[in-house]
Design a protein around this ligand. Structure first.
Ligand code: NAX
Length: 336
């Protein structure tokens, strides 16, 4: 990976692809990218919008609205249904577009349907994206889709592909903040292990807030019976209450993730959760895309190593990793 500096504040626009451009998340995400929230307020950007053919016209409407917003940083907007056009020379790709689960569809059917999308997009990124491209997979099942895309991009490092787990991280922090009446910015050393699914493990064992040990500020029963299930099932709760799935919060987390990945975070206690390629840390099988405690340093994610993990934590982590392994086995024929 090159240093991020060579992409920052350059007069040349940075090309950024967003797939699922006519969808809900993109309708929020694109505006924040256009405002300079990923690469910074001095970096011009070109937006490449990818949609399926049936939704290409709607994506053109989105592009018209982006134009109408007169963002000073936006130099060009392209709309296409061709992955190779969308990913040409891009420095960042947000893979948001995915097939939703339809009535009667089994999880395996969903994995296969989306597998086809991420096989094609991984191969296209491999062929035409910048060699330093950063790819954030948002479309579900995000972790396994990241695995498929990366596996079909043999010339790119697997570390260039991430799955979005920052929304789970942000949800954990905000629940703690509401419970304790402490500002979100004062929390550190929080992580969500595993899969972006109900099996995930939001873990506050190491968390601190204003110099205090968070685990000592909250009741262990509240953590087990409220915090963990609330965060893990928050997506379903949003659908129930809002009537449609998380969109602006997912876009916001995507911005947080990509911005931190590119720019890094100075504070070593400022862990973030990213769904990254497992290097075997904590006994997690290498090669899966797993939510882990990470630091953003020098344009890359580093796993926070050396943490003591109790048997109870290990059990929860393993349950989620086992689900990831089962997902991987269901898409084995799509992996190279
Ligand atoms: P929408 O259904 O509103 O939009 C998805 C868009 O993707 C549609 O316009 C569709 O035409 C397009 N699309 C489908 N296949 C495509 C392809 N091959 N190439 C390009 N575009 C394609 O969904 P939205 O609410 O935007 O959510 C998008 C994805 O994010 C879903 O898979 C959703 O489950 C996932 N999420 C992931 C989250 C995470 O934290 N990782 C949280 C939010 C969200 O649930």
């Amino acid at each position: 990976m090159s240093t991020p500096e060579n992409l920052l504040n350059s007069a040349e626009p940075v090309k950024i692809a967003v797939t699922g451009a006519a969808g809900n998340i993109a309708y929020s995400l694109l505006w924040r990218i256009a405002a300079g929230e990923v690469y910074g307020p001095n970096q011009p950007v070109q937006l490449n919008l990818l949609e399926i053919e049936q939704a290409e016209q709607a994506a053109r409407g989105v592009a018209m609205e982006l134009l109408d917003s007169a963002f000073p940083l936006v130099t060009d907007i392209k709309v296409t249904s061709e992955p190779r056009e969308a990913f040409e020379d891009v420095s960042a790709a947000f893979l948001v577009g995915a097939q939703p689960r339809k009535k009667g569809m089994e999880r395996a059917d969903l994995l296969t349907a989306n597998g086809a999308i991420f096989t094609e997009q991984g191969a296209a990124l491999n062929d035409v994206a910048r060699r330093t491209v950063r790819v954030l997979v948002v479309g579900n099942p995000a972790n396994t889709n990241a695995l498929i895309a990366s596996s079909n991009a043999p010339d790119l490092a697997p570390q260039q592909f991430n799955a979005l787990m920052r929304l789970d991280h942000n949800r954990t922090v905000s629940q703690l903040s509401a419970k304790l009446g402490i500002p979100v910015a004062d929390f550190a050393q929080i992580a969500v292990w595993g899969n972006h699914s109900a099996s995930q493990f939001p873990d506050i064992s190491y968390a601190t807030a204003q110099g205090k040990n968070v685990a000592e500020l909250v009741d262990a029963t509240w953590v087990q019976d409220y915090l963990i299930p609330t965060v893990a099932k928050r997506g379903a709760e949003i659908i129930e209450v809002r009537g449609s799935s998380s969109a602006a919060s997912a876009a916001s987390a995507s911005i947080d993730h990509m911005r931190d990945w590119i720019h890094g975070i100075e504070d070593p206690a400022a862990w973030r959760t990213a769904g990254i390629y497992s290097d075997g840390s904590y006994g997690i099988e290498e090669g899966l895309f797993v939510g882990l405690p990470t630091r953003a340093v020098g344009g890359a994610w580093e796993v926070v190593t050396g943490l003591d993990v109790t048997d109870a934590q290990q059990e929860r982590i393993q349950a989620s990793v086992d689900e990831l392994k089962a997902e991987r086995d269901m898409v084995a024929d799509l992996l190279k």
